[in-house]
Ligand binder design. Sequence first.
Ligand code: ADP
Length: 368
Amino acid sequence: MLAHELRNPLAPIRNGLELIRLAGDDAATREQAQGMMERQVAQMVRLTDDLLDLARISQGRLELRKEQVEFASVVRSAVEATRPLIEANRHELHISLPPAPILLEGDLTRLAQVFSNLLNNSAKYTEPGGRIWLTVERQEAAVVATVRDTGIGIPGEMLSRIFEMFTQVDRSLEKARGGLGIGLTLVRQLVEMHGGRVEARSEGPDRGSLFIVHLPVITAAASPLHPTPSAEKKGFSPPGHRILVVEDHEDSAKIMEMMLKKMGHAPRIAYDGVEAIEAAEAFRPDVIFLDIGMPRLNGYDAARRIREQPWGKKILLVALTGWGQEADKCRSREAGFDFHLIKPVDPAVLNTLLAELGSAEGKPIDLP
Ligand code: ADP
């Protein structure tokens, strides 16, 4: 079966090359051949990737590169990956996303893979011209994303089994749609590695299918490094905060300052750890974004010294760093940081973090 699935797309690719050669000036034929080859190459890539992932899973080597991710990016990337197949089948795709950003701690590529696998299945198991919906909703501390189609449906007794390795509902030659029965195994594995769950529903053959994915989201109150959320402990006056940006890379610092200003905050910059302590004492910020690797005094030591000051206890300290391992987060926690964000930080993450920082204690903010 594997040999069959891997060889299958190769035939149209090989013939497509020949067709392009024969087409000469016939632009329409060339374009058609090209489109067909692109779809087959995409199919090959998907199969190869799935197989490699399968090997990783069976050896327990599948790892996530976690960062803060905005769910809309996951959707965008998944839709981009499946659009060729959806268009080729003339399916109608409806996407609905809530307007407010939803943040997750996850691996963007892997999360996109979850939804491209689901969308891809919907496209494969739905007759041309059918409909597919991807609906995203925020439910408290979770995001619930549903992929629904008007396709061939799934018999009730198969609903839980389809997530098992190599399980396919119908292997008959007439029903073969290309695939090895590992897409959903990967979906479940990846969703669970993100702390979520997935389930399948269908009212039966020809009644369409529904896949529901639940994933935990980041809320400022749910993911600080310390058990007592600083956000509550501190209490600021939204929307604007006094923010000290500590960053030795001048352009990064300036961009961050400009962006924070546009977001309605009052930012100031310090270019190293020593300057950070002086500026913090004079400026008394609500929040400090601290880079870790810096000249003169690194971010960890600067954080420690700030925490030692009577005025430094209540400041929200956020580490902004390229280091994202568990050990790095541990060091941040020990140094007194409240949050540890990994560069490049999605502006939506900053926005949400700052927006969720509790309510006023009446500190006046003089925006320039
Ligand atoms: P593959 O699609 O490669 O066979 P998957 O693991 O992705 O493998 O799916 C397993 C099986 O579940 C499929 O073979 C198909 O029988 C069934 N299935 C998955 N998604 C759908 C869907 N949207 N509609 C109908 N059947 C589906």
